[in-house]
Design a protein. Sequence first.
Length: 236
Amino acid sequence: MKYIIFNWKSYLNLPETLKLSNLVNKLPNTKKYKFIYSPNILFTSLIKSRFPKSNLSTQNIDIFGRGANTGSIDISLIKDLKIKFSLLGHSEVRTNLLETDQLVAAKLNQCMDHQITPIVCIGETLNIYKSKKTKNFLNNQISTIFSKKNKYQEVILAYEPIWSIGTGLTPQMSEINEICSFLMNILKKYSFKKINILYGGSVNLDNIKDILNLPSVDGVLVGSASIKASFIKFFK
Ligand code: PGA
């Protein structure tokens, strides 16, 4: 079973979001894929009431609880909506909202406390990739985000090279496979109930089959391609 996660970012307005949600909810429920989609936070409550069976993810949470926290995305309210997943540490959140690996670690713990499955995003810049320091960089990200003292429930890790997101560029298939296998080896030193490793960054109709065929890749996290009906219909 491969995870197929659609990250709709802030691409879509409400009618567009409902239209695509309808398409996702019509996809066959097979053992081959598990579909999760992440609409803009503003629409999650409505989508959940119109399509109660959808597997929704938020695009972010914060670490403040219920209370005097203006502007907060409170994880307990996400749980009340029966949303089961949240992206953490997406590169756009890191850039726009100054997310750090330390903050991702704190959010990860919040997810564990509230039984929300985190989709933790990590990935290197183009400079790091070119200077062949990717493994070292990812290793550091993992050791900051995860603790060997903790016992984690289910976690999804998305390897998303920053230089690949929204650019049309991807690493070679062999590199994606090697990095995902490298990440799995590192994560074996930690305690997870379940861990899956996904690839994200310029996944589209031309490369998705090859990526999903890689033995070390448990699924994909798709941004811009996933707002096209033709992409969603690929899984019919
Ligand atoms: P992309 O985005 O598919 O548009 O490259 C992926 C992501 O941001 O998760």
